[in-house]
Design a protein around this ligand. Structure first.
Ligand SMILES: [Zn+2]
Length: 225
């Protein structure tokens, strides 16, 4: 009996090694500044999978105006509904329940808004369920600090990819974004702006520190009321 038990244990180890050596799934994080085309990219990836008859789970922490419905919307007007990520939701349990062995990929937009634990749960999805997870989002906020979700993704992702866009002031690569409220750059405030009348412009680091106010005024003329 003793040898059988050892044999079973060895067999379990072997299955574990085989499972992991066969595992192709990875955790991706594609990040970029505002307006770098992340939402267009995610819609494109979803379309590519679906055109091959493969099942995609599209999720986002951003809510549409209709209660409870997520939306992935690009600046050029394409959009589609997505499953809303709830703030405290266990993504591993949710994705496992949605899987039924036929999910080809999980796509997550606005991944900067995920909690660190939810990123850990996505890593379990990749490693334990062998489903690729592709996340898209901003790396840092308007004050040049990493978002919680992005920080954890940078720590855990198998693959990081930068989506490029250009600085609105000089045309060099934009690495961040400047928040404009009432026609003026905001140097401090809440990470997620509450109030709704803000705008963001992609900038290089230099112009994030030294924004050209004349150009900002040109871009956002203030109407006198
Ligand atoms: Zn610049």
């Amino acid at each position: 009996m003793a040898s059988l038990q050892i044999g079973e244990k060895e067999n379990t180890c072997l299955q574990h090694i085989v499972r992991h050596s066969k595992s192709m799934a990875q955790l991706f994080f594609e990040y970029g500044a505002m307006s770098s085309g992340k939402s267009i990219e995610i819609l494109k990836v979803a379309h590519n999978y679906e055109s091959q008859g493969r099942k995609v789970l599209l999720m986002t922490p951003i809510t549409d105006t209709r209660a409870g419905v997520g939306i992935v919307a690009s600046r050029i007007g394409l959009s589609r509904e997505a499953v809303k990520v709830q703030p405290e939701q266990d993504l591993y349990q949710f994705i496992k329940s949605m899987n039924n062995d036929n999910l080809a990929v999980v796509l997550i937009d606005e991944a900067q808004f995920l909690a660190a634990e939810q990123v850990d749960q996505l890593a379990y999805v990749v490693d334990d369920l062998n489903i690729p997870v592709m996340t898209f989002g901003l790396k840092q906020d308007a004050f040049n600090h990493l978002f919680e979700g992005s920080k954890r993704l940078i720590e855990l992702a198998d693959k990081l990819e930068e989506m490029k866009t250009i600085c609105s002031f000089c045309g060099k690569k934009a690495t961040t974004q400047l928040r404009i409220v009432d026609g003026k750059p905001q140097r401090e405030g809440a990470q997620v702006f509450i109030g709704g009348d803000e705008a963001y412009i992609p900038t290089c680091r230099y112009h994030w520190f030294h924004p050209d106010q004349d150009k900002v005024t040109e871009m956002f003329p203030q109407t006198q009321e």
